[in-house]
Design a protein around this ligand. Structure first.
Ligand SMILES: Nc1ncnc2c1ncn2[C@@H]1O[C@H](COP(=O)(O)OP(=O)(O)OP(=O)(O)O)[C@@H](O)[C@H]1O
Ligand SMILES: [Mg+2]
Length: 1047
């Protein structure tokens, strides 16, 4: 009778990693008994609770004991250590196996969430797999009976890019092992090595071997294991000799690839998203789980697409078949991982519903032989039929023959006794044991290079010992003494390492790329304990000195990120360069940290892509850039950044800008292509499938800002502004006007300038954007066949507007006029105009690329002006401007003060107006009191006074308007200067001279800015004090006049 059970699901919450700690992340998860609650960091009231079979809190409440193992820090701690997880999950696997059930444990979660930590473990923190195997042998030892025999076989494979790689086999498997299907065994891997083991130490050794193989493979091209799935199978047989009965269980332990969704990890938005098989297995696993879950919940019977991927074929029994299955879903508790964590929890919840039907596998040996015999008879009959029919179906016959041969081999295998197998394995063990002993000895005798992998699980597995004398480091093993490194960009003879009198030196050959502690070297250097080496594109090694130089250091500190951060810092790129914090505030802005992390992770991949491009004779070069998203922010905030890859064709200078996700996706396809090239396969593909090909497209060159505040005062603005690229460098100069106008498009005159913008509230506002010229366009200067187009957004209008393209000229006449109308001005709009700019983007056109066209279905006024009514909630807001560097912040504060002063002046103006109103009322009152005979007519006099007062007022207001106009014009320049200063980045070159020039320019720029700001303020203050003085004089004269008139 099959045992029908649901998949049992556990969730484990890990501790913060270093990046999360540095970023000051918040914890958004809490657990209680069997439930997990997760909060949306952007909306705390949005919480979701899930329940699971088991929940582990491994986030806090732990200490390291003297053996180096993480344990709870007290009796009240709820910390779940490795032991506790094993006690539940590992023991359950063992209990299933002893009963004769197949059993599977799957680890699912995003990269770095703790799958390998839970499954395999790190150092003394052993995970479920070692603990389970250890326990199995311990139990066997205690359960020895004469008439009972135990047999344990161990196999370890990896699925990468849909290929199956046997991690225990030394044989080269270019295309990977084949996955076959037979009616008895279902899907299975042909020729997989399954090693008989007698004790736990052997299993430990095999796991090391397997990991070493993964590690070596991934040092060739630094393909990350987070993209591969690892399956360990422990086959456990209990042979009851007296009863001629065998109970058999396959214990499958699966460490799945990182579950990142396509958005963050790969192909979204790329034309070539179907080109890679990298995600096929994981995507299919999701589809299989969904189909099974829906079927189990009785929604409908769905087709389960097991056959669509290698992984799901091999996991078929575990999902809905003959297996008792468990899943451990690992999650990060950090707020920055909210989306991924939530998606993992949902996935785990779905998996809970899957029902399996496990049967006890009793006596399978005899049954299997019978079944294999029967199948072979059928196969022979089929072959005979084909032959008799006279058909020449070569392929089909061959397939049948190989199935037949495989079955016969399997029968022979089954009939081979356990003892015979052990004997064979013993020979290999001896060989391996010798190697192991030798390595242990060498570690105690010599210095060595130890590999450092992007996946910490694969670091320190490859060791190259440096013995006395000279040896050549490189691709080639043809030198008498060689350290063979097969990485990208490694020359046959890359460098020479010499060990003389216990002094180790390294000398690069020719132009070979050798980076020592972040610095590119060309001459002989002495190596010192814990030096970091990057050879070629990205083969990373830690130099471990002689034993006498070692001090029990924690080598794991020198991880992949350490190497890459060090390199980035030497190249002038560190967190400070991104402007993460002011000097008196050391906290790191999480978004900056995320960019920094992206940068150091993508940088080596860019080096590899360049190398692959060179070796495959492609003409593309790749450059990593940090794109300043502020360039599209109308407030000029410059903290939002992202990395992107600029791709250039060396031959025709075509240029593309790839997002990080697109580049990462393409890089995987390039790697696959390169691997096939190395294996001698034909790699020609049509251009639609070529990762090095893309249609020509327009390229974003830079952004210019034209501040909108002049519209508030109905002042015409004639501007010359620079387009700056994402590195802050000038790309071109733009000439444009922002012209307030009447509905028919006639510009407003000076007399219509407003002193108090609130007068606009409730009224219609019309203005024109006039783009006249774009001068000194560097993009076209480099290649006259190119063109440009300018694109801009107006307020929050959903469409962007653009000028017509102009080709083949460095100084382009543009002649673009577009009129816009805000039907009813609100206070919010005035605030927006006061602080924001019109953002204009310069796009570079290349021969053959599509030009941008207007959508054309705008809402327009009767006069044909485009309506840009605006809603407050949609306007972008930003308050990050203050976060710049100290000196600039100070200037910014002064700018804000200036704005406050302007507000104050506006208030004064308002008070004066109010005074006028009171005055007017008084005059009216006096007039109504009547005039005395014989005196000058009071009415006459007051009319005179009133006219005079009105003239004074009008003249003051015109003066005020003029002062404001001058002020806003010069402020526009000041604001552009400020932006320019904030964009001005240190040079890429690392020589002191360029830095000195940069510093000089920056200091000069700041001084100019300060002077300009100062003169603006002074001019305004002067103008205003003159106006106030004039107004006071007028008021005094008016009072005097009134005094005399009442006499
Ligand atoms: N429960 C935990 N307690 C302490 N540290 C942990 C825990 N889980 C994971 N870590 C640490 O987090 C890091 C990443 O973990 P791990 O290698 O297990 O991730 P992964 O899920 O296997 O990622 P990938 O998909 O890239 O293989 C490791 O340095 C590991 O030591
Ligand atoms: Mg892992």
């Amino acid at each position: 009778m099959p045992s029908v059970d649901s998949v049992r699901v556990a969730v484990r919450v890990r501790a913060f990693n270093q990046t999360e700690k540095d970023a000051g992340c918040g914890c958004i998860i809490s657990v209680a008994l069997n439930s997990v609650t997760i909060w949306d960091p952007r909306n705390q009231s949005n919480a979701k609770t899930f329940t699971f079979d088991l929940v582990y809190w491994s986030h806090s409440g732990f200490i390291r004991n003297e053996e180096g193992i993480l344990i709870p820090d007290g009796p009240t701690s709820k910390y779940a250590d490795q032991k506790r997880v094993f006690n539940d999950l590992g023991q359950e696997l063992l209990s299933n196996a002893w009963q004769g059930y197949n059993t599977t444990l799957l680890a699912y979660g995003q990269t770095g969430s703790g799958k390998s930590y839970s499954m395999i473990g790190y150092g003394p923190d052993r995970g479920i797999i070692p603990l389970t195997c250890d326990e199995l042998f311990k139990a066997i030892k205690q359960d020895q009976e004469d008439d009972k025999q135990y047999q344990i076989y161990f196999s370890m494979l990896e699925i990468y890019n849909e290929k199956v790689i046997d991690l225990l086999s030394e044989r080269k498997q270019p295309g990977g092992l084949r996955v076959r299907e037979s009616s008895q065994r279902g899907f299975y891997v042909e020729d997989i090595k399954s090693v008989p083991c007698e004790n736990y130490e052997q299993i430990e050794q095999l796991m090391k071997e397997g990991t070493r193989k993964r590690s070596t493979a991934s040092t060739n091209i630094n393909m990350t294991s987070s993209r591969s799935h690892m399956i360990i199978t422990v086959q456990f047989k209990q042979v009851f000799l007296k009863e001629h009965l065998t109970k058999q269980s396959n214990i499958n332990l699966v460490d799945l690839a990182g579950s990142e969704r396509q958005k963050s990890s790969g192909s979204e938005g790329d034309r070539l998203r179907e080109g890679t098989a990298i995600n096929v297995s994981l995507t299919t696993l999701g589809n299989v789980i969904s189909a099974l879950a829906e079927t189990a919940m009785g929604k409908r019977m769905l087709h389960v697409p097991y056959r669509n991927s290698t992984l799901t074929k091999l996991l078929q029994p575990a999902l809905g078949g003959n297996s008792k299955t468990l899943m451990i879903a690992t999650v990060s508790p950090a707020d920055i991982c909210y989306e991924e964590t939530l998606s993992t929890l949902r996935y785990a919840e779905r998996t809970k519903n899957i029902q399996n039907k496990a049967v006890i596998n009793e006596n399978p040996t005899e049954r299997l032989i019978q079944e294999l015999k029967a199948e072979n008879a059928k196969l022979r009959l089929k072959i005979l039929k084909i032959r008799n029919s006279g058909q020449r179906v070569q392929e089909e016959t061959e397939e049948l023959r190989s199935l037949l041969a495989e079955n016969e081999l399997q029968m022979a295998e089954i009939q081979t006794s356990w003892e015979q197998r052990l004997e064979k394995a013993q020979k290999e063990w001896k060989h391996q044991y010798l190697n192991l002993m030798q390595e242990r000895l060498m570690i105690q005798l010599y210095p060595y290079l130890s590999n450092v992998n992007v996946d910490p699980q694969l670091s320190a597995f490859v060791r190259h010992f440096i013995q006395d004398g000279e040896c050549v480091v490189g691709q080639s093993g043809n030198f008498p003494r060689a350290i063979v490194i097969k990485g990208l960009g490694i020359a046959d003879k890359h460098a020479t390492i010499t060990n003389q009198d216990s002094k180790v030196t390294l000398e690069p050959h020719g132009q070979a790329r050798v980076i020592l502690n972040g610095v590119l070297i060309h001459t002989k250097v002495q190596l010192r304990h814990l030096d970091r080496l990057i050879l070629g594109s990205n083969s990373t090694y830690l130099y471990v000195g002689y034993p006498c130089e070692r001090n029990d250091e924690d080598l794991s500190k020198y991880d992949y990120d350490f190497f890459q951060s060090e390199l980035a810092a030497v190249e002038g790129f560190d967190r400070d360069a991104l402007g993460h914090a002011s000097r008196n505030n050391r906290s790191v802005d999480p978004s900056v940290l995320a960019v920094f992390h992206d940068y150091i992770r993508v940088k080596p991949m860019v080096a590899e892509a360049n190398q692959i491009s060179r070796e495959l004779n492609k003409d593309l070069t790749f450059e990593l850039e940090v794109k300043n998203l502020a360039l599209t922010d109308s407030r000029g905030s410059d903290l939002a950044k992202e990395v992107m890859v600029k791709v250039t064709n060396k031959v025709n200078y075509e240029v593309w800008a790839w997002s990080k996700a697109k580049f990462v996706n393409r890089k995987f396809i390039m790697e696959d292509m390169y691997q096939r090239f190395v294996d001698g396969e034909n790699i020609s593909v049509d251009r639609e499938n070529d990762p090095f090909w893309d249609p020509i497209e327009a390229v974003h060159l830079g952004t210019a800002y034209v501040w909108l505040q002049s519209l508030n005062y109905c002042i015409v603005l004639e501007e010359h502004v620079e387009f700056h690229n994402s590195q802050g460098k000038e790309e071109a100069t733009l000439q444009m006007n922002l012209v307030p106008c009447n509905p028919r498009g006639q510009p407003l005159g000076e007399e219509e300038i407003l002193i108090d913008p609130t007068e606009l509230v409730g009224h219609r506002l019309d203005f024109q954007v006039q783009i006249t010229q774009c001068l000194g366009i560097k993009w076209v200067e480099k290649n006259i066949k190119r063109g440009i187009q300018i694109l801009y957004h107006v307020l929050n209008h959903p469409y962007s507007f653009h000028s017509d393209p102009v080709w083949n000229t460095v100084n382009a006449k543009i002649d673009h006029t577009m009129q816009f109308t805000v039907k009813c001005v609100s206070q919010e709009l005035l605030n927006y105009l006061q602080n924001h700019a019109l953002v204009l983007d310069l796009w570079g056109l290349q021969e053959g690329c599509a030009e941008m066209v207007f959508p054309g279905d705008f809402e327009v006024t009767d006069e044909g002006s485009i309506i840009v009514d605006y809603e407050r909630s949609q306007l972008p807001h930003s308050s990050n401007v203050e976060k710049g560097d100290d000196q600039l912040s100070e200037l910014y504060i002064r700018l804000s003060k200036l704005e406050q002063e302007t507000d104050l002046l506006r208030d004064i103006n308002r008070t004066l107006r109010r005074d006028n109103v009171t005055l007017k009322a008084n005059i009216k009152k006096m007039m109504s009191a009547g005039s005395r005979p014989g005196e000058k007519s009071f009415h006459q006099m007051n009319t005179q006074l009133f006219c005079w007062r009105s003239t004074c007022k009008a003249s003051c207001e015109v003066d005020f308007a003029k002062a404001l106009k001058t002020f806003y014009k010069s402020m526009n320049r000041v604001q552009s200067q400020l932006l320019g200063l904030r964009r001005h980045r240190p040079p890429d070159e690392d020589d002191v001279e360029s830095l000195r020039i940069y510093l000089h320019k920056q200091t000069q720029g700041i001084k100019d800015f300060g002077d300009h700001l100062e003169s603006c303020i002074n001019a305004l203050k002067n103008d205003i004090s003159l106006i106030v003085k004039k107004k006071r004089e007028n008021t005094t004269r008016l009072d005097e006049a009134r005094f005399y008139s009442t006499k």
